[in-house]
Design a protein around this ligand. Structure first.
Ligand SMILES: C[S@@+](CC[C@H](N)C(=O)[O-])C[C@H]1O[C@@H](n2cnc3c(N)ncnc32)[C@H](O)[C@@H]1O
Length: 230
C-alpha cells in the first residue's frame, strides 16, 4: 500500500498516558504465549474467523464507515479479520506484539495491499494521531490488566478519528454458551484477565470515551462501539 493511501508511519514518542505503564504491564501483552500458539491459531479456529465474518457482514454498515476508509486492526493475530476487511474494500493495516503472529499474517497477505507490522499498543503505535476511520481491537482487551487496558484504549483512541471498535466477551456474567467451558479453559491457559474484563471492561471504556454502545453480536461476543465525540 503506498501513495496517498499510506498513513504516515512517523514514530511518535509515547503519549502521556503511556508514561503510566508499570513494569508489570510489560508482560501483559503475553507475547511469549501468542508466539508459541501462532502456528496452531488458524488450524484450531482460535480466530473464530467465520463467526467474525458473519458479525462484520451483519453489523459493519451500522458504523457508517467511509468508502475505502482506513482501518487499523490492533492485536490482529494472524490477520484473518484485516484481510477480510480489505476484501470489503477498506484500506487496512494490522499490528500485533507477537512476531510469530505477524509472520503468519504476512504470509497470508501476499498479493494484497494489507500491511502488517510488529507493534505493541502499550509501547505506543507507529501511527500519527487520527490516522484511522476505525480502530478495531478483537479479542485483545480481555487479556490485559485494568491498568494496561486503559493505556491500550488511550492509544487506540489517539490513532483513531473518533471510532474504536472493541469486539470481546460480553459483560458479566460473561460466557454462558455451550462452548463456555472450552473458552474458559483457553482463558486460563492464556492467563488472561477475563474475570476482571467482564466486570469492569465496559466501565473502563466509558471512562475513556464520550460514548460506548454495547451490542451483542454473536453468542457471548459483544461489540463495544466506543466514540470519542458524541
Ligand atoms: C486472542 S488474540 C486475537 C487475535 C485476533 N484479533 C482475533 O480476533 O483472532 C490476541 C492478540 O492480541 C495481541 N496483543 C496482545 N496485546 C497486544 C498489544 N498490547 N499490542 C498489540 N497486540 C497485542 C496478541 O499477540 C494476540 O495475537
Amino acid at each position: 500500500m503506498g501513495g496517498e493511501d499510506e498513513p504516515a508511519h512517523h514514530v511518535e514518542g509515547p503519549s502521556p498516558s503511556l508514561a503510566m505503564k508499570t513494569p508489570a504491564d510489560r508482560s501483559v501483552s503475553n507475547t511469549g504465549f501468542f508466539d508459541s500458539v501462532a502456528r496452531f491459531y488458524d488450524p484450531l479456529g482460535f480466530s473464530n474467523t467465520m463467526a467474525t465474518r458473519r458479525i462484520f457482514r451483519q453489523n459493519l454498515r451500522l458504523l457508517s464507515l467511509p468508502l475505502r476508509g482506513r482501518i487499523l486492526d490492533i492485536g490482529c493475530g494472524t490477520g484473518s479479520h484485516a484481510l477480510y476487511l480489505a476484501r470489503r474494500g477498506f484500506s487496512v493495516w494490522g499490528v500485533d506484539s507477537s512476531p510469530s503472529m505477524i509472520a503468519r499474517a504476512r504470509a497470508k497477505a501476499r498479493g494484497t495491499t494489507v500491511q502488517f507490522a510488529v507493534a505493541d499498543a502499550l509501547e505506543g503505535l507507529p501511527h500519527d494521531e487520527a490516522s484511522f476511520d476505525l480502530v478495531l481491537c478483537a479479542m485483545v482487551l480481555h487479556g490485559h490488566t485494568p491498568e494496561s487496558r486503559r493505556v491500550f484504549l488511550r492509544e487506540a483512541r489517539r490513532v483513531s478519528r473518533g471510532l474504536v471498535l472493541v469486539q470481546d466477551w460480553r459483560p458479566f456474567p460473561g460466557m454462558t454458551g455451550v462452548d463456555a467451558p472450552l473458552f474458559r479453559f483457553l482463558e486460563l491457559l492464556e492467563r488472561s484477565e477475563y474475570a476482571s474484563f467482564i466486570r469492569h471492561g465496559e466501565e473502563e471504556m466509558r471512562g475513556e470515551f464520550a460514548s460506548v454502545t454495547v451490542m451483542p453480536v454473536h453468542g457471548d461476543i459483544c461489540w463495544y462501539v466506543c466514540r470519542s465525540v458524541r
